[in-house]
Design a protein around this ligand. Structure first.
Ligand code: NI
Length: 171
């Protein structure tokens, strides 16, 4: 496993289409998942999606314990939201937007399906932070970024800050 470079906003791979995983026997898939966890823990973050390390596949990981508890490591291959309930506004960030935190509205409870490394279909339910992490990572796999969930005014404000930092070479 290796720590990979996290691509930041402005990189085309963050908004490129992501392919569905079909070959669960490909050893590259296992390596990709391992790299996603390592890179996510190192950052540190609660989740990371493959396009964030420049791989346009529908693969993401979530681990709210950030490497502390093996039971909380979730591999999300070809994940899909099944059901949502409630709405909650809370702070949210993204490893592809370093040092930017905004209030984003997300479902309070989310049920998803995803496939694990062996190709088995799993269902997970999450609330609050876990629900937020599921939605955030699944958005990444649909080439959608958390700033796309902000009002257009707020979004343009955030992107102006990013542009300023890009110009200064601080992005
Ligand atoms: Ni993100």
């Amino acid at each position: 496993m290796a720590i990979r470079n996290i691509v930041k906003y402005g990189d085309d791979r963050l908004v490129a289409p992501n392919q569905t995983v079909e070959d669960f026997d490909d050893p590259e898939l296992k390596r990709l998942v391992g790299d996603l966890f390592e890179t996510c823990w190192k950052a540190p973050g609660y989740g990371l999606a493959a396009p964030q390390i420049g791989v346009n596949l529908r693969v993401a990981v979530v681990d709210l314990s950030i490497g502390k508890n093996p039971d909380s490591r979730l591999v999300l291959i070809n994940p899909r939201i099944l059901e949502t309930e409630g709405q909650i506004r809370d702070e949210e960030g993204c490893l592809s937007f370093p040092d930017i935190v905004e209030i984003v509205e997300r479902p309070e409870i989310v049920a998803i399906e995803a496939f694990d490394l062996s190709g088995a279909r799993k269902e997970y339910a999450g609330r609050d932070l876990l629900a937020r992490a599921f939605c955030h990572e699944i958005d990444h796999l649909s080439s959608k970024l958390f700033v796309d969930r902000l009002s257009s005014l707020k979004r343009s404000f955030v992107l102006r800050r990013v542009l300023k930092r890009q110009k200064k070479g601080a992005w």
